[in-house]
Write a protein that binds this ligand. Structure first.
Ligand SMILES: Cc1cc2nc3c(=O)[nH]c(=O)nc-3n(C[C@H](O)[C@H](O)[C@H](O)COP(=O)(O)O)c2cc1C
Length: 366
């Protein structure tokens, strides 16, 4: 069976799950256009995930991808956490606030969240995807038996092979260009930082399951390029951040439309895991900090969210988790359905160009 048929979609396009940014309205607009819409429930509890799923169902009867985080649960280190809060103190004070007294684990890993598993089994989405690792064989079996097709992010050959061995139906090859968190299984292991082209080729060559390419793909030409590399679909995140259906706030949208888009930074300082963000105050402070000093994921994120909330209240948007990929300067602020239609048109035009035909008259360059 081809990947598109397994996913129940017509177009080789996946709107990336983006915790805190993608919404049921965005996913429904994408799915209704024949591509795969996704919601990220990695940072919410099961009750919220159920509401998001229900909201999607009200808007679309087509396929939905629900994405969960499979990180190893955080191990707090009191002295690292306390030193981190002291390090951030001047930044809190700069916006008229104080750091919290301690760091909390603000959301649970799917590895141990039975309520989330129950929510997914009660109302099985067509697709469930894993980021940061893989759940147990029992969880994978339960999701499969409920009828969900399973995807997992991989940033290396080893992760891709582990995902295939675990029985997922397709692997998302996430290159270093990608916006948001790297899906690395072990945040403390050496990272070869493979780009999307090399990683896609490696996984296409060495795995039997279909590959979905992700990272830096912003338009139809990028999607066509990935299909020609052997990927069966392309997953785009940053391309959808500026849509009206996105949950990105005004500061994030303004930063995405600014020069900051040309200067994305991989930082661990915001959440405790490496993630690509628009250059802002937080990435600047992170540049001076070693990985050992940052609290574990998602404990560090607790401080970042508190600092961002205080800063926003004081009119300073520069401490946000403004995730974006290297393709950010190519982002377009179009309604989601229109963006998908443009991607489809551009993909067709790119295929004509690749086949050696003349440029069609409606060709878009941006
Ligand atoms: C704002 C944002 C949030 C993201 N959140 C998630 C997430 O919750 N789960 C996930 O699997 N990937 C997440 N990602 C990564 C995407 O799945 C994908 O790998 C990435 O967007 C592809 O690169 P691009 O942003 O250059 O298109 C996120 C990416 C962005 C930009």
């Amino acid at each position: 069976m081809t990947l598109l048929r397994a996913l129940g979609i017509d177009l080789p396009i996946v709107q990336a799950p983006m915790a805190g940014v993608s919404t049921p309205a965005m996913a429904a607009a994408v799915s209704n256009a024949g591509a795969l819409g996704s919601i990220g429930v990695g940072a919410v509890d099961a009750a919220t995930a159920r509401r998001m799923l229900a909201e999607f169902r009200e808007r679309s009867r087509r396929s939905l991808n629900v994405n969960v985080f499979c990180h190893q649960p955080a191990r707090a280190d009191g002295s690292v956490d306390a030193a981190w809060l002291e390090f951030l103190r001047p930044h809190f004070e700069g916006v008229g606030a104080q750091p919290p007294p301690a760091l909390k684990e603000i959301y649970r890993s799917f590895l141990e969240d039975d309520a989330m598993l129950a929510a997914l089994l009660a109302d099985p989405p067509r697709v469930v995807s894993f980021h940061f690792g893989l759940p147990s064989a029992e969880r994978i079996r339960a999701l499969r038996e409920a009828g969900s097709v399973l995807l997992a992010s991989a940033t290396s050959m080893l992760e891709g092979q582990a995902a295939e061995r675990a029985g997922v139906d397709a692997v998302v090859a996430q290159g270093y260009e990608a916006g948001g968190h790297r899906g690395v299984f072990d945040p403390d292991a050496p990272d070869d930082r493979l780009g999307t082209v090399v990683l896609t080729r490696l996984l296409v060559r060495h795995l039997r399951v279909p590959i979905i390419a992700a990272g830096g793909i912003m338009d139809g030409a990028g999607i066509a390029a990935m299909l020609h590399l052997g990927a069966q679909a392309a997953q785009l995140g940053t391309a959808f951040i500026a849509t009206p259906e996105s949950a990105a706030d005004a500061g994030y949208r303004a930063a995405l439309a600014s020069d900051a888009a040309s200067h994305t930074v991989m930082t661990r300082a915001i959440s405790g895991r490496a993630a690509r963000c628009l250059g802002n105050r937080f990435t600047t402070l992170g540049a001076a900090v070693s990985a050992q000093r940052t609290p574990a994921y998602p404990l560090a994120y607790d401080a970042a969210k508190a600092l961002n909330a205080a800063a926003k209240a004081a009119g300073e948007p520069g401490y946000g988790a403004q995730w974006a990929g290297q393709g950010a300067p190519l982002a377009r602020a179009l309604p989601t359905a229109e963006l998908v239609a443009v991607l489809v048109r551009e993909l067709a035009e790119a295929e004509v160009r690749i086949a050696g035909g003349p440029d069609p008259p409606t060709s878009h360059s941006t």
